[in-house]
Design a protein around this ligand. Structure first.
Ligand SMILES: NC(=O)c1ccc[n+]([C@@H]2O[C@H](COP(=O)([O-])OP(=O)(O)OC[C@H]3O[C@@H](n4cnc5c(N)ncnc54)[C@H](OP(=O)(O)O)[C@@H]3O)[C@@H](O)[C@H]2O)c1
Length: 309
C-alpha cells in the first residue's frame, strides 16, 4: 500500500486565524507566510529588517493577491526589541492562534547579542523563549492555538553544555554552537510539553525541521552555497514540515515533522524523532530555569478570570 504524501493541498482553511512567523522575510519563513496566507490566515511577519520584510510582503502579494499580511519589527538578539514587539501585539490583539518560531542563524562568527548571550543560542533559543513566554497569555486565550518550533537535524549532533551555554569559558566552535542552539529548541519543546500538555488552554506544541534547504542560512560557511545547488531542496519543499506542524489537525503535542528521504534531508514531511538528548528531563528543566533567569521572563498560565475576560 502506498502512503499518502502530505502536500500544501492538505492544509485546511485557515480563515479567521492570526499567525505570527518570526524571521519570515526570506527562505522557509517567507514560504510559510505565503502558504498560510493563501489558505486565508492573517499573518504577521516578525522581521528584524522592516525594509526586507516589506519587500517580501510585496513579493508574496504578487502571488497571493488577497493575502492579509502585515510586517512588524522584531530582533530576537535584543530582549528590548522582543519586549517592544510583544507590547505591540498585546496592545492590538486579545488572542493569538499561532506562533511559528522560525527565525535562525547558523555557524556565524563569535558575537554576542545585545544582552550578552552567544549570538547563536541567543537568537535561536533565548530570543524565542522570551517571545513565546511573553505571548503565551494571548495563545492561551485562543481556542486550539498552536506553537511551532523550527529545529534542525543538526540537533542530533549536539550535547548541550549547560555550564557554559553562552560559550564564555569554552573555545568558540561555530558549528557546535549552532548544533547546541538547535538542541536547545528541541529541549525547550519537550520541557514545554511536559509542563503544559495537560493544560487545556495552553497551545499545542509541534516541531518541524526542513532537512537541507537552499536559503540564506548557509551564508557563513563558504562551501555550503555551492553544495546547495546539488543537494538542497527548494524553500517551497523545505517549508512543508513547518506547514504540516502548523496545520495538521491530527498532530498532537510534541509531534515532530521532517523530510522523509535521504536521512531526512529532503522529501515530503513525515513524523520524525528527536534525539534522546532532547528528552533528557534534567537538561530540559535546567535549560528552562537558565532561560527564565537570563531573559527575566517566565511562562504564566492565565487565571480562569483572565481567560474569560
Ligand atoms: N535551510 C536549511 O537547510 C535549514 C536546515 C535546518 C534548520 N533550518 C532552520 O530553518 C529556519 C529558517 O531558516 P532558513 O533556512 O529559512 O534561513 P534564512 O532564509 O536565512 O531565514 C532566517 C530568517 O531568520 C531571520 N533572523 C536572523 N536573525 C534574526 C534576529 N536576530 N531577529 C529576527 N530575525 C532574525 C533572518 O532575517 P535577515 O534576513 O534579516 O537575516 C531570516 O529572515 C531556521 O530556524 C533554521 O535554523 C534551516
Amino acid at each position: 500500500m502506498t502512503k499518502a504524501i502530505w502536500t500544501t493541498d492538505n492544509i485546511g482553511d485557515q480563515s479567521g486565524k492570526t499567525v505570527i512567523i518570526t524571521g519570515s522575510n526570506s527562505g522557509i519563513g517567507k514560504e510559510t507566510v505565503k502558504q498560510l496566507a493563501a489558505k486565508g490566515a492573517k499573518v504577521i511577519m516578525a522581521v528584524r529588517n522592516l525594509e526586507k520584510g516589506r519587500q517580501a510582503m510585496t513579493d508574496i502579494k504578487q502571488e497571493v493577491v488577497n493575502a492579509d499580511i502585515e510586517v512588524r519589527q522584531l530582533d530576537l538578539s535584543d530582549l528590548k526589541s522582543v519586549r517592544a514587539f510583544s507590547d505591540t501585539i498585546h496592545r492590538d490583539m486579545t488572542s493569538l492562534d499561532m506562533l511559528i518560531n522560525n527565525a535562525g542563524i547558523m555557524m556565524c562568527p563569535k558575537a554576542s547579542t545585545a544582552d550578552g548571550f552567544d549570538i547563536q543560542v541567543g537568537t535561536n533559543h533565548f530570543g524565542h523563549f522570551a517571545l513565546t513566554a511573553l505571548l503565551f497569555p494571548l495563545l492561551c486565550a485562543a481556542k486550539h492555538s498552536r506553537l511551532v518550533v523550527v529545529s534542525s537535524i543538526a540537533h542530533k549532533m549536539a550535547k548541550i553544555n549547560l555550564d557554559d551555554v553562552n560559550w564564555t569559558t569554552r573555545k568558540y566552535d561555530k558549528n557546535k554552537a549552532y548544533f547546541e542552539s538547535k538542541l536547545a529548541n528541541t529541549l525547550f519543546a519537550y520541557e514545554y510539553v511536559k509542563r503544559f500538555s495537560s493544560q487545556p488552554n495552553a497551545p499545542r506544541l509541534t516541531l518541524g525541521h526542513p532537512g537541507w534547504t537552499s536559503t540564506g542560512l548557509q551564508q557563513h560557511v563558504s562551501y555550503l552555497p555551492l553544495l546547495n545547488k546539488f543537494f538542497a531542496q527548494a524553500p517551497k519543499d523545505g517549508a512543508l514540515p513547518t506547514l504540516r506542524a502548523a496545520t495538521d489537525e491530527t498532530a498532537v503535542n510534541g509531534d515532530f515533522f521532517g523530510p522523509a528521504n535521504f536521512f531526512e534531508l529532503r522529501g515530503h514531511p513525515v513524523h520524525v524523532s528527536a534525539s534522546s538528548e532532547s528528552k533528557n528531563q534534567a537538561d530540559g528543566e535546567r535549560l528552562w530555569s537558565i532561560s527564565e533567569d537570563l531573559t527575566d521572563v517566565s511562562f504564566a498560565m492565565p487565571t480562569p478570570t483572565q481567560v474569560a475576560s
